[in-house]
Design a protein around this ligand. Structure first.
Ligand code: MG
Length: 202
């Protein structure tokens, strides 16, 4: 039987982790594209995005239902399944666009629909504020801000095009093919005692 551990908190991001934000955004932008425009593509790695595209994205993100209907992202759910089995306390940790209350309510409704009403939810501008033994997140800048003060923290990073070159000794990139590695690291983190030395990857 799994014993629930109040201290063993696993923080889960939404977009790019539990929800397939990129796929949904791509589909929405494609629907708005005129036949004469170039095909929509993901602008990652800080690449400059044309202004008209940025405005369209903002319009899409103002629609509460767009958030509620985001599809699940399998990589994140694989990790969630393991974390639950190991008895981690699951907490959702997601960044929300500033000045966009629809995103707040849309995200909460997505969580209610897909994860039930009992999961704790933290919507914030700064993920570095929040304690956890483990962070599951796909976005390197948020990972770095969280790890800054957590020398023993473990991060599992669902793979994406944008994070393919990111490496860090406390981060495991999960691409769907290394579930055993993820399992081993999460198990080690779950049973690590407070006085134990800094976390070492297996
Ligand atoms: Mg994300």
């Amino acid at each position: 039987m799994v014993v629930f551990d109040e201290e063993a908190i696993a923080l889960f991001d939404l977009d790019g982790t539990l929800c397939d934000y990129d796929k949904a955004m791509f589909n929405s932008l494609e629907r708005l594209r005129s036949p004469k425009e170039p095909k929509t593509r993901v602008h990652s790695n800080g690449e400059e995005m044309p202004e008209y595209l940025r405005e369209r994205i903002n319009l899409i993100k103002r629609e509460e239902d767009w958030w509620v209907n985001l599809p699940k992202f399998r990589l994140g759910w694989d990790i969630l399944k393991i974390a639950k089995k190991l008895g981690f306390r699951i907490v959702i940790l997601s960044k929300v666009p500033k000045r966009n209350p629809s995103a707040y309510s849309g995200k909460k409704k997505w969580i209610d629909k897909n994860m039930g009403y009992d999961v704790d939810v933290i919507l914030t501008q700064d993920k570095g504020l929040v304690y956890g033994k483990v962070l599951v997140d796909d976005f390197p800048p948020y990972i770095e801000s969280w790890l800054k003060h957590r020398h023993r923290g473990l991060v599992i990073m669902p793979a994406s095009e944008g994070n393919k070159n990111f490496r860090h000794p406390q981060v495991i990139r999960y691409d769907g093919g290394n579930l055993e590695e993820v399992w081993g690291a999460l198990k080690k983190a779950r049973y690590r005692l407070p006085h134990e030395s800094p976390f070492q990857l297996p």
